[in-house]
Design a protein around this ligand. Structure first.
Ligand code: ATP
Length: 301
């Protein structure tokens, strides 16, 4: 019998994304508060003759199946560290929107790493797995740990954040993606010649998460990349307005976009806002999800 391992991994929304001026290395210092949301990809790893990647799901056609796929890169990185041949079939069952600012690729990287680690029984510590995640990309460590966390530096130096309740969201998925480097480039263009403050976590936002206070979270959500995403994709303003008009407590671009996130009071409001967004014609789909969600998790057969 061929042994397979499946890992489920959540999407994320940035409830705060504070962005500093570009550093000499081109990266930006961030204060990035990640919250995992209950929208999941599943990565299944099975021994094979050679490394290959397949993908299913509504956005499967936009996912690269070569060595650039983050799941393949994760398998290769772990195999190299332990002197193992990365001969596995990685299947991604993709439900997280692609290039939507919800860290879908990063999620698959973290999931593949955990799945291969279990398949190969490497005995790697959690710290080692997190270090490999950080090499793969700045959002990957968070996909492994889930829940909520504050990322500083490039966003990869993580500390967990307490969440004292359940938050309800609607995510509006736009047609086409936005490239994260292009959005940072636009941020640099829009802020050129201005004094960009050093990014810092908002005490009010951390307290809203800790106490599970939806209204307080609505008042403190922020995304410094929002103006840049709107500048590259002005139609997102119509999506934000449609969700707010339907009763969302707050609306913001998720990460580098173009997915937009709407914080709502409860499940019923989520249904209403999702229906209104769909009928507004300003997005491709609208989906409800709750947070926090656990990080990458092995699925028992
Ligand atoms: P982030 O929120 O971390 O900025 P994102 O959600 O905007 O990321 P992803 O869905 O991670 O974007 O995809 C960004 C690009 O990464 C895709 O256009 C694709 O070319 C590439 N990519 C590599 N591996 C994957 C993967 N497993 N799933 C989706 N995209 C991948």
């Amino acid at each position: 019998m061929t042994h397979s391992v499946t890992v489920r991994v959540p999407a994320k929304v940035n409830v705060q994304l504070a962005v500093g001026a570009p550093r000499p290395d081109g990266f930006h210092d961030l204060a990035n508060v990640f919250l995992a949301v209950g929208m999941y990809d599943e990565v299944t790893v099975t021994p094979a003759d050679a490394l290959r990647v397949t993908c299913s799901g509504p956005d499967a056609a936009s996912v690269p199946l070569d060595g650039t796929n983050l799941a393949a890169r994760a398998a290769t990185a772990l195999a190299a560290r332990y002197g193992i041949a990365p001969d596995v079939h990685l299947h991604i069952d993709k439900d997280i929107p692609v290039a939507g600012g919800m860290a879908g690729g990063s999620a698959d990287g973290a999931a593949a790493l955990l799945a291969c680690d279990a398949l190969w029984n490497t005995g790697a510590s959690r710290e080692e797995l997190l270090a490999i995640c950080a090499e793969l990309g700045s959002d990957v460590p968070f996909s492994l740990i889930g829940g909520a966390a504050l990322g500083v530096g490039r966003g990869e130096r993580l500390s967990p954040v307490d969440v004292g309740g359940t938050f309800h969201w609607v995510f509006a998925v736009a047609d086409g993606g936005l490239s994260t480097p292009a959005v940072y480039g636009e941020f640099d263009r829009l802020t050129a010649g201005t004094e960009v403050p050093q990014p810092a976590a908002s005490a009010g936002l951390l307290s809203a998460l800790r106490t599970g206070d939806t209204a307080a979270l609505a008042d403190t959500l922020s995304n410094d990349l929002q103006a840049a995403a709107l500048s590259l994709r002005p139609s997102l303003a119509d999506t934000l307005a449609a969700g707010t008009a339907a009763g969302a407590l707050a609306a913001l671009v998720s990460g580098s976009g173009p997915t937009t996130a709407f914080l709502v009071s409860d499940e019923e409001s989520a249904r209403k806002v999702a229906d209104a967004l769909l009928s507004s014609g300003t997005c491709r789909s609208a989906r409800a999800a709750v947070s926090p969600a656990p990080g990458a998790t092995l699925q028992r057969p």
